[in-house]
Design a protein around this ligand. Structure first.
Ligand code: AMP
Length: 304
């Protein structure tokens, strides 16, 4: 089934203890679309870049059959740039700079050909813009949304309004606690469900993710990797893998939501093994399937 992805398209400069990249392809919409492209088509991207956005990045997305009709190119502007530095403990990072550029006045216009998209994945943008996107789509089958501390702190009312129309929300541990003022993550998830989303996914970095609905609690480990080079985009890649699997199967049962969590986790594990989108560049469906099976082995045990 079709999947609409809205979010940032960026040039990221990232430093980790294991290396660095300058102005590499990034942004939530890029990670989400790329991850989802392993499962479903068409993927329709809505975002904005400046005239300096390289042709090779466009080709990277086109090669994955990502529809770019909704990618606005504003020639006189520069592309959104973000810089981050990770510490030895790759769970924490400092934002070095955020240059919004063309993204500052992002007006997500949904092309006519995108209006009947079945699955919608809203990357982390202003909740007012997320809402505007949904108003332009005709009765989507599933809406998945992401957010961040900045919106929770600066636009709590607008975020709550948008959450009412999300079916799935993906947040990390600190965002879940900030959103609900509840330290226990299961209670926090239930409070989020009371606001609107029927499915809450809380990402816990190297400790995996939990999925909570009214009748299910599912805990998935993170893949135990020995070499992690760059965690940038892991959360978005998880969301893209999760949404892509659901769009492919069009099955919203509890069992299939669990599979989607493991596919999301599998994709995220490849993402962090290299800088920028490189971990997803040469990935194949076979490698994803192998990792999915390794996940099954990781926490399989019997009764005795
Ligand atoms: P994640 O590691 O999942 O938090 O996602 C990192 C990606 O988010 C990077 O590729 C950045 O370009 C992008 N990003 C960072 N800050 C922002 C922001 N304020 N709005 C939208 N995207 C952002």
């Amino acid at each position: 089934m079709s999947l609409l992805v809205v979010g940032s398209v960026a040039l990221d400069s990232v430093e980790t203890p294991f290396g660095n990249v300058k102005e590499a392809l990034g942004g939530s919409a890029v990670y989400i679309s790329t991850a989802a492209s392993f499962f479903t088509a068409p993927i329709r991207l809505v975002g904005v870049v400046g005239g300096d956005f390289s042709k090779k990045h466009i080709e990277f997305l086109e090669e994955r059959d990502i529809d770019l009709e909704g990618l606005q190119i504003i020639e006189k502007e520069k592309t959104f740039r973000w810089g981050g530095r990770y510490h030895y403990d790759l769970n924490s990072r400092d934002t070095l700079f955020t240059e919004l550029n063309a993204f500052e006045r992002f007006d997500p216009v949904i092309p006519l050909s995108y209006k009947k998209t079945a699955y919608v994945c809203l990357g982390n943008i202003d909740p007012v813009l997320q809402r505007q996107v949904l108003e332009q789509i005709q009765t989507p089958r599933l809406v998945l949304g992401d957010t961040m501390n900045y919106w929770i702190e600066t636009k709590p009312k607008e975020l709550t309004d948008t959450m009412k129309v999300m079916d799935v929300i993906v947040v990390n541990e600190s965002e879940a606690r900030l959103l609900t003022h509840e330290p226990n993550l299961i209670k926090a998830a239930k409070r989020i469900i009371a606001i609107g989303p029927k499915v809450v996914i809380i990402k816990k970095g190297e400790h995996g993710a939990i999925l909570v609905t009214n009748d299910t609690i599912f805990s998935a480990p993170a893949y135990p990797l020995e070499n992690i080079y760059d965690p940038t985009g892991a959360g978005d890649t998880f969301a893209g893998g999760f949404a892509g699997w659901l769009a492919k199967t069009d099955d919203l049962s509890s069992e299939n939501l669990k599979r989607a969590v493991i596919y999301g986790s599998s994709l995220a594990s490849f993402c962090v093994e290299q800088f920028s989108v490189d971990g997803l560049r040469d990935l194949t469906k076979l490698k994803i399937q192998d990792r999915y099976r390794s996940f099954m082995e990781l926490s399989r045990f019997d009764e005795r």
